[in-house]
Design a protein. Structure first.
Length: 263
């Protein structure tokens, strides 16, 4: 039996799920990996195309009853939030009032921006890896960045004007819930439990064997330096990736509650 499993080609996901994809941990199924940008995965959730899928918590409400959250495989923690960058120093309000690029309107990053900013100007959706160039070249006034862009924006001559993760943590005292792994609701409960266990085992294998996924990570992130890949993994894969935990669940509930109130 095979299950389709959608996740991103980013270093953190390649690191965390390498063992599951390559049959290195026990599972009563094989996975058919579907590697897509997080916003593409969010959009596919509307049609429930994938049996297992990484989804932004910002898209969880839209996914509705089609998916249920698993406790393992999440991207959640402290110091992991998205940044707003621009060519010149300024305030979040100034950056948000102009033409600002976002990596997708269903991403948690955009949800945090909507919650933190008083108002938004002209919002332009761009794939996350195009945002830095668009801002640096003057096509847009500011950009909302995620993934490895937080490690490379200075190389593009840009400055950070707001850390939305810091804003969230100071406001709530909770970690930043970015994305989680979800199982399609039509899967048998027993199979969902087995999938959750297999994903947990894959993350634990990654921590126990940190070099095992090196070639897989590099094959999917060949344009990144080894240093950026390592920093990416260290930031986004942590104890919450093994199990979200009670504090993590509280953070998710708080985020979704605020999203509903702001809708």
């Amino acid at each position: 039996m095979k299950l389709t499993f959608g996740f991103t080609p980013c270093p953190n996901d390649a690191f965390a799920f390498h063992a599951l994809v390559h049959g290195l941990v026990p599972a009563p199924f094989e996975v058919d990996p579907v590697l897509l940008d997080i916003e593409e995965l969010n959009q596919r959730a509307a049609g429930a195309e994938l049996q297992l899928s990484k989804l932004s918590f910002g898209a969880a409400a839209a996914a509705g009853d089609r998916y249920r959250l698993l406790r393992s495989g999440a991207a959640l923690g402290h110091g992991v939030g998205p940044l707003v960058v621009a060519r010149e120093p300024g305030s979040l309000e100034e950056a948000a009032a102009g033409r600002i690029a976002v990596p997708g309107c269903e991403t948690t990053a955009f949800l945090l921006l909507r919650l933190a900013a008083q108002s938004l100007g002209d919002v332009v959706e761009l794939r996350y890896d195009r945002i830095l160039d668009a801002v640096a070249e003057g096509e847009l006034d500011a950009g909302l960045i995620i993934h490895e862009s937080r490690f490379t924006y200075a190389e593009h001559g840009l400055v950070s004007v707001a850390d939305l993760g810091e804003w969230w943590e100071s406001d709530t005292g909770l970690p930043v819930p970015l994305a989680g792994i979800f199982a399609r609701s039509d899967l048998e409960p027993g199979l969902v439990d087995q999938a959750e266990s297999a994903i947990r085992a894959s993350v634990e294998y990654a921590f126990a064997n940190p070099d095992a996924s090196r070639d897989y990570v590099r094959s999917l992130s060949h344009e990144m330096s080894d240093e950026v890949c390592a920093a990416h993994i260290a930031l986004y894969v942590n104890s919450s990736s093994v199990d979200i935990g009670d504090e993590g669940m509280s953070a998710i509930d708080r985020l979704l509650g605020r999203a509903a109130a702001a809708a």
